[in-house]
Design a protein around this ligand. Structure first.
Ligand code: ACO
Length: 319
C-alpha cells in the first residue's frame, strides 16, 4: 500500500509587499534582497485572515483537484508554526471550516520550515498502516505576524501563504521513501519565543536567526537527507526529475542542487514571488509545478526542507 497525491492546491493572500515597499520600511535595497535571497515580493495576510483561513482556501482547491468530497477525508494534518491560537489546533479549526463531520483525526505538526515534510511522512505512515485512507496535508503560515519589521536581517525574507495536498491510499506507487531528522542542540540558532492568541502574538514574538549559521547547516543536511531517500531506492541525483525544495533562499537551493549534481533546470523555484513561507513553501511550489504541467505521471519528485529545531527531512514520490 502506498500514499498517492491525488490533488494539490495553494493560496496566497491578496496583499503583496515588494522589495521596493520594504526599502521604505527598513534600510535595505531591492538589489541586496534579490542577490542574497532571490526574493522579489511576498504576500501578507489581511488583519482578519488567520492561518486556518489561508489553509481553508488551499484545501478547497486541493479537494476540488482530487475530485473527492471533504467527507471522504479521515485525517487532517496542518503543518504550521503560526497557529490561530494556543489551542485547539489549527487542524481542528480547519476541519470545522471544511465541514468535515465524519470520523476523522486532526492535529497540527510543529517542525517550523520542516513542517510539511514532517506532516507528509506522518500522513503516509497513517495511510500505509491502514489507519487512514484519505488525508488532507496542509502547510499554512502567517509569518508576517512574527516578524520584527525593524529588523532588516529577517523581515525581508518571510511571507504568508498556504498549500495543501490530498493523499490517498493506492496500490500503485506514490510516496516511496521519506526520512526525518532533528537536532535540538541547535534550537537557539533560529527561534521565536512568543505565543499566538486569536491570530495575534503575545510576549516576545519575533524571529531571531543566526543567518550564516542557518545557511551552512541547511546546505549540509539537505543534500545528505536527499541522498538518504535516493539510496534507499537505489537511485541517484540524475534520476530526480524535480527537486521541490523548501523555498527559503535561492542560494540554499542552488548550493543543495549543486551538491546533489542536479541542474537548476530540475528544481522548482517559486521563492521570488512569495519569499520564505515556512511550512507552506513546499506545497506552494508543488502546486505551481503540478498546475503548469511540469510535474508529470511517472516522474521522480523529491521534497526536502530544513527548519528551526533544527528539523529536516525529505520525501521521495513516484508521481
Ligand atoms: N538589507 C541590506 N543589508 C543587510 C540586510 C538587508 N535586509 N540584512 C543584513 N544586511 C547587512 C548586514 O548588516 C551586513 O552588514 P555589515 O557587513 O555592515 O555588517 C551585511 O549585510 C552582510 O550580512 P550577512 O549576514 O553577512 O549577509 P549574508 O550574505 O549572510 O546574507 C542572509 C544574510 C540572507 C540572512 C543569509 O545568511 C541567509 O540566507 N541565511 C539563511 C537564512 C534563511 O534562509 N533562513 C530562513 C529560515 S530557516 C529555513 O527556512 C531553512
Amino acid at each position: 500500500m502506498y500514499s498517492k497525491i491525488i490533488g494539490t492546491g495553494s493560496y496566497l493572500p491578496a496583499k503583496t509587499l515588494t522589495n521596493f515597499d520594504l526599502e521604505k520600511i527598513v534600510d535595505t535595497s531591492h538589489d541586496w534582497i534579490v542577490s542574497r535571497s532571490g526574493i522579489v515580493e511576498r504576500h501578507i495576510a489581511a488583519d482578519n485572515e488567520l492561518t486556518s483561513d489561508l489553509a481553508l482556501q488551499a484545501s478547497l482547491k486541493a479537494i476540488e483537484a482530487a475530485g473527492i468530497g471533504s467527507d471522504q477525508i479521515d485525517l487532517v494534518v496542518v503543518a504550521t508554526t503560526t497557529p490561530d491560537q494556543v489551542f485547539p489546533s489549527t487542524a481542528c479549526i480547519l476541519q470545522d471550516k471544511l465541514g468535515i463531520r465524519n470520523d476523522c483525526a486532526a492535529f497540527d505538526m510543529q517542525a517550523v520550515c520542516g513542517g510539511f515534510v514532517y506532516a507528509m511522512n506522518t500522513a503516509d505512515l497513517y495511510i500505509r498502516s491502514g489507519q487512514a485512507k484519505t488525508a488532507l496535508v496542509v502547510g499554512a503560515e502567517v509569518m508576517s505576524r512574527i516578524m520584527d519589521w525593524n529588523d532588516r536581517t529577517t523581515c525581508v525574507l518571510f511571507g504568508d501563504g498556504a498549500g495543501a495536498v490530498v493523499l490517498q491510499a493506492s496500490e500503485s506507487p506514490g510516496i516511496v521513501a521519506s526520512k526525518l531528522h532533528a537536532d535540538g542542540s541547535h534550537h537557539g540558532m533560529l527561534k521565536a519565543e512568543g505565543n499566538i492568541r486569536g491570530g495575534v502574538v503575545q510576549g516576545d514574538p519575533f524571529i531571531k536567526m543566526e543567518g550564516q549559521a542557518v545557511f551552512k547547516f541547511a546546505v549540509k543536511v539537505l543534500s545528505s537527507v536527499v541522498d538518504e531517500v535516493l539510496e534507499e531506492n537505489h537511485l541517484q541525483g540524475s534520476d530526480v526529475d524535480w527537486l521541490v525544495p523548501h523555498q527559503a533562499n535561492i542560494r540554499i537551493m542552488e548550493a543543495t542542487a549543486k551538491k546533489l549534481g542536479l541542474s537548476m533546470d530540475n528544481v522548482i523555484v517559486t521563492v521570488a514571488t512569495h519569499g520564505n513561507t515556512s511550512a507552506a513553501s513546499i506545497p506552494l511550489a508543488l502546486d505551481t509545478a503540478v498546475r503548469d504541467g511540469r510535474i508529470k505521471t511517472g516522474q521522480n519528485i523529491i521534497l526536502e526542507a530544513v527548519g528551526g529545531g533544527f528539523t529536516w527531512g525529505a520525501v521521495l514520490i513516484k508521481w
